[in-house]
Design a binder for this molecule. Structure first.
Ligand SMILES: C[S@@+](CC[C@H](N)C(=O)[O-])C[C@H]1O[C@@H](n2cnc3c(N)ncnc32)[C@H](O)[C@@H]1O
Length: 269
């Protein structure tokens, strides 16, 4: 297909990417035909999939508001995706315009679009970086210009760790970040799960692999809870997306008891 004007040089318009597929799922416009096709195939298998994405975005917004209320004024959003409504800087700045936000993503479309909407902003920026190398990422001078790791930080690992295989060691990645951040920091995690709808989880995992070559790892409740090792999990614990401190009935998109995502927030004491 032709390259849209907003697509960065070098991006393969014939290969789906998780960032663009997720954008398509949310009804965004920064995706290619291959991404939309992959999403259509997944939605044909699990029709309520868009609701999982909306539930996840609602969790992201609530977790940021929670962390601002807890005193956090700098945010590190890793696997931040293609900007859509209710981005971290918008939610944080609504509470306090002094908050600083560093976005990180592996995907060049996500980073290019984030940079475009953040142009001219001093307190928010986006860089390309890889969560799988957390020590290198946290040492990046561009990140360190925005984020002071000697002060509490709110780290967002929202809908990204399920893109890491067991071999890529998501538990080790979270532990490395936990060990590098100051006491009083928080880590928010959401993750696709096989806990409640194992058959749909398996079908979606197989579909993603076969249809788009993307590895999506739906994990058990135990495995997702273990990501919070060494952190104090704040109430209500590791729960389905909509049950993490819902603020209104509008936050609840998925049928209770059937969510494909679990979420929680842990504090580094
Ligand atoms: C499903 S999107 C989630 C976006 C956003 N966090 C949200 O929850 O709305 C996952 C994002 O993680 C990014 N990603 C995947 N693997 C990554 C890695 N190793 N390092 C950084 N970002 C990664 C993808 O490019 C994609 O933009």
């Amino acid at each position: 297909m032709d390259r849209p004007s907003w697509a960065p040089e070098g991006v393969d318009v014939d290969m789906p990417s998780p960032a663009r597929m997720y954008d398509a799922l949310l009804g965004g416009s920064h995706n290619f035909a291959v991404d939309r096709r992959a999403v259509e195939m997944a939605v044909a298998k699990v029709p309520d999939l868009p609701k999982v994405a909306w539930s996840n975005r609602a969790f992201l917004r609530r977790s940021v508001r929670f962390m601002v209320a807890a005193g956090i004024r700098q945010f590190l959003d890793i696997g931040s995706g293609i900007p859509t409504s209710g981005n971290v800087h918008e939610v944080a700045w609504e509470a306090d315009p002094q908050c600083r936000v560093q976005y990180v993503d592996l995907d060049s479309v996500a980073v290019a679009h984030s940079r475009a909407i953040l142009a001219g902003q001093e307190r928010a920026a986006a860089i390309e970086g890889d969560l799988r190398a957390p020590k290198e990422l946290l040492a990046d001078p561009r990140l360190r210009k925005m984020i002071d790791l000697s002060q509490p930080v709110g780290v967002l690992l929202v809908a990204v760790l399920h893109l890491l295989s067991d071999g890529e060691n998501p538990r080790g990645v979270v532990a490395a970040i936990r060990d590098a951040i100051a006491p009083g920091s928080y880590i928010a995690i959401s993750h696709l799960t096989s806990a409640q709808r194992p058959e749909d989880a398996m079908r979606l995992g197989e579909q993603a692999k076969a249809g788009s070559g993307v590895g999506i790892y739906f994990r058990s409740r135990e495995d997702i809870t273990a990501l919070f090792d060494g952190l104090t999990v704040v109430a209500p614990g590791v729960v389905e997306l909509a049950l993490w401190r819902p603020e209104s009935a509008e936050d609840i998109y998925e049928e209770p008891g059937r969510s494909l995502g679990l979420a929680g927030v842990g504090r580094r004491d």
